[in-house]
Design a protein around this ligand. Structure first.
Ligand code: FE2
Length: 378
């Protein structure tokens, strides 16, 4: 067994030692070709609600952004109004993708000072944005590829989202699908780049490596990858980092890097308390999921032991189950949510387990390979 759980895996770092205390994910911002339609898709298919809007009508002549929310999950979709704008260049190169992983902090200026003093490359110096609803302080640093970590400090801000945005009221308010918050966000990096980015999260952001998977854990007959899970001190923010590994055929990480044209966010895992209800809703609204063979469910109970859920609905929906020392988890993965085989989502329900579904890797990666094969990219 080559999975390595470090001994202090669940011990919170001493508050005094955490130079970058994070309160969680503030929002995830996607740069897309058509923000109006993307926002509609996340409302209709995933059950997000309209929150805020920024565009020419709010004095923003360059870009348009729509903010949607479901429980503690906030997504922002941004598009440029003209060619040549950095947002246009980003979508031209990468397709629709995740640009900002915005983290909530108590002090955005200090977060910027602490991280840039440790070698983080500044994306944005601390700036205070003000309107009649209050103040938000933002700063940011670059991470892998063109991805950015923004630090967001909300000083009792009472507006819809932040200065520059106005409330977006819509007559179309589809019901929630029960998605709650970001469980983790996975980055795909290039060959031999996993360890340098692990060191970045350790040294620049004070994260710890809580779990590692090598190519013996994550390989099928054809392709392989390696992964290390980075966690901040309080465990609210977890960033697994994947790199491709040599296999007989092309790794799913390589396919991503080919089509994203570089490193970037591979998937965001969204938590639910009722995965069967959530996935039923998502499926009925047109979200497509990876499917594992029926034989997966024949061996399920012997592999994971007794679980609270009925097997039939899990099998019907294709929900996977895995167990660790602390409990079990249920998870399922969407197909990519854009035409390039790049960004996708995981839906996860944790029942004690704090791990990432290692027992499902083989079945899951074989399902991904069938999709790669169908695209001619294996
Ligand atoms: Fe995941």
């Amino acid at each position: 067994m080559s999975t390595i759980a470090t001994p202090d895996m669940r011990k919170p770092a001493a508050a005094a030692a955490d130079f970058l205390p994070l309160q969680g994910t503030d929002y995830v911002e996607f740069y897309v070709g058509n923000a109006k339609q993307a926002a509609h898709y996340y409302k209709s298919a995933f059950g997000f609600q309209s929150v805020a809007y920024s565009g020419p009508e709010t004095g923003n002549k360059e870009t348009v952004s729509y903010v949607v929310r479901q429980n503690k999950l906030t997504f922002v979709f941004t598009t440029a109004l003209r060619p040549g704008h950095p947002v246009s260049e980003h979508t031209h190169l990468h397709g629709d993708g995740i640009k900002m992983l915005a983290l909530r902090v108590e002090d955005a200026a200090d977060a910027w000072r602490q991280t840039t003093a440790r070698g983080g490359k500044s994306y944005m110096e601390p700036a205070t944005l003000k309107d009649q609803f209050g103040e938000v302080v933002i700063s940011g640093i670059h991470t892998y590829g063109e991805t950015v970590h923004l630090f967001i400090q909300r000083k009792d801000y009472e507006g819809a989202f932040m200065p520059g945005f106005r409330e977006w009221k819509s007559s179309y308010n589809p019901p929630s699908t029960g998605l709650l918050y970001v469980d983790h966000c996975v980055g795909n990096v290039g060959w031999h780049q996993m360890d340098p980015w692990v060191r970045f999260y350790e040294n620049v952001m004070g994260f710890r490596n809580i779990l590692s998977f090598d190519d013996n854990d994550i390989s099928t007959e054809y392709s392989a990858l390696m992964s290390k899970v980075m966690s901040n001190g309080n465990g609210f923010v977890k960033f697994p980092i994947n790199e491709p590994a040599e296999g007989k055929k092309k790794s799913q990480v390589e396919e991503y890097l080919d089509f994203y044209k570089g490193e970037g966010v591979q998937h965001v895992a969204l938590a639910t308390k009722d995965i069967v209800g959530t996935v039923t809703q998502l499926r009925d609204r047109g979200v497509e999921f990876l499917q594992v063979p029926a034989s997966y469910y024949e061996e399920l109970i012997s592999r994971v032991g007794q679980i609270d859920e009925q097997i039939a609905p899990l099998a019907e929906l294709g929900i996977l189950v895995d167990r660790d020392e602390e409990g079990y988890l249920l998870q399922i993965f969407t197909k990519p949510v854009e035409d390039r085989p790049t960004v996708f989502f995981e839906i996860i329900q944790r029942k004690g387990a704090q791990s990432f579904g290692k027992g499902n890797f083989k079945a899951l990666f074989e399902a991904i390979e069938r999709e790669q094969e169908a695209r001619g990219n294996l």
